[in-house]
Design a protein around this ligand. Structure first.
Ligand code: URA
Length: 297
């Protein structure tokens, strides 16, 4: 039999491993079919709200009426479908759909300044990531900068501080900026998704689509001369290119905004460079190219 002290130490180190790996919520060991669960919940609700019919009592399928959102409500809210969708404060989760994406687009377009845009995001309840994130991670740096970086989504440190790229990958980014004579006061930094996905998972395509109008408007409002995508995800989402980062990085492209084309380039994400330090030599080339583009424009 194992010594209880030893067992406790093993448990503590397992927990520390999970924490370092970014795990921040426990869902359970057995897989759950949440679609089936949601259907059952809806059927139960229907049974409770309508007098029992002979067919329902006999266990035949219950038809669920189509959900028609009220015309005046831009965001469709629905009873929580899974623990992952339940807000810590008990707010109902939002099921992403076209209406929400359209309302995100309208809201983002209505922002005349970066402060407006931040306020719009603070008030926006259309993205479930907001339910689990601690803070909105809007931006860091100088809104007047000629150089703007766009990452994918915040991680744990960013979520705690409410600023992008402040963890280990952000520190590497700072060193890379310093290598070309820049710092955060001469750059503006944001992410495609401004809320941390739980456990640092990749944002889903729906979450990204919902957040995209906001980052697009943010780029328009900053209107930099040079736009740098950190990693393939942000470049793919905002430029619509399908190439992998190895093929895409270091190539000058253009990003269209209302009145002009912004020079854009993708480079390796600093988190990838931390795992693959040999690739830093290629990033160094990209950063030199960024510096010369800034001085030639
Ligand atoms: N990775 C990102 O893409 N963005 C951050 O803000 C931090 C890490």
């Amino acid at each position: 039999m194992q010594n209880p002290q030893h067992e406790l130490r093993e448990l503590e180190s397992l927990l520390a491993f999970y924490r370092d790996a970014g795990v921040d919520c426990f869902l359970g060991d057995a897989p759950v079919d949440w679609q089936e669960h949601t259907r059952r919940q809806a059927a139960d609700r229907q049974l409770q709200s309508t007098p029992a019919s002979p067919s329902a009592a006999a266990g035949e399928p219950v038809s669920i009426p189509a959900h028609n959102p009220p015309a005046a409500a831009p965001l469709r809210q629905q009873a929580p479908a899974s623990p992952a969708q339940v807000a810590p404060q008990g707010q109902p989760a939002v099921i992403p759909d076209r209406e929400i994406i359209a309302s995100a687009r309208d809201l983002a377009a209505s922002a005349a300044t970066l402060d407006d845009l931040r306020a719009c995001l603070e008030a926006f309840d259309g993205c479930n990531l907001k339910l689990t994130a601690k803070k909105l991670v809007f931006s860091d740096g100088n809104p007047q900068a000629r150089l703007m970086f766009v990452g994918e989504a915040p991680g744990r440190d960013e979520d705690l501080q409410g600023k992008p790229f402040v963890g280990r990958s952000g520190q590497l980014l700072d060193r890379m900026l310093a290598a070309i004579g820049l710092d955060r006061s001469s750059t503006y930094i944001a992410n495609v998704v401004p809320w941390r996905p739980p456990g640092n998972r990749t944002p889903t395509p729906q979450e990204t689509e919902i957040c995209k109008p906001f980052i697009k408007r943010q780029i328009e409002l900053v209107n930099p001369d040079v736009l740098v995508f950190l990693g393939a995800a942000s470049a793919k989402n905002l430029l619509g290119v399908q190439d992998g980062i190895r093929k895409m990085r270091g190539r000058w492209m253009s990003y269209p905004v209302a009145q002009r084309e912004i020079a854009a380039i993708a480079t390796y994400h600093p988190a990838y460079l931390l795992r693959s330090p040999l690739e830093k030599r290629l990033s160094w080339r990209d950063f030199l190219s960024i510096r010369s583009r800034l001085s030639s424009q």
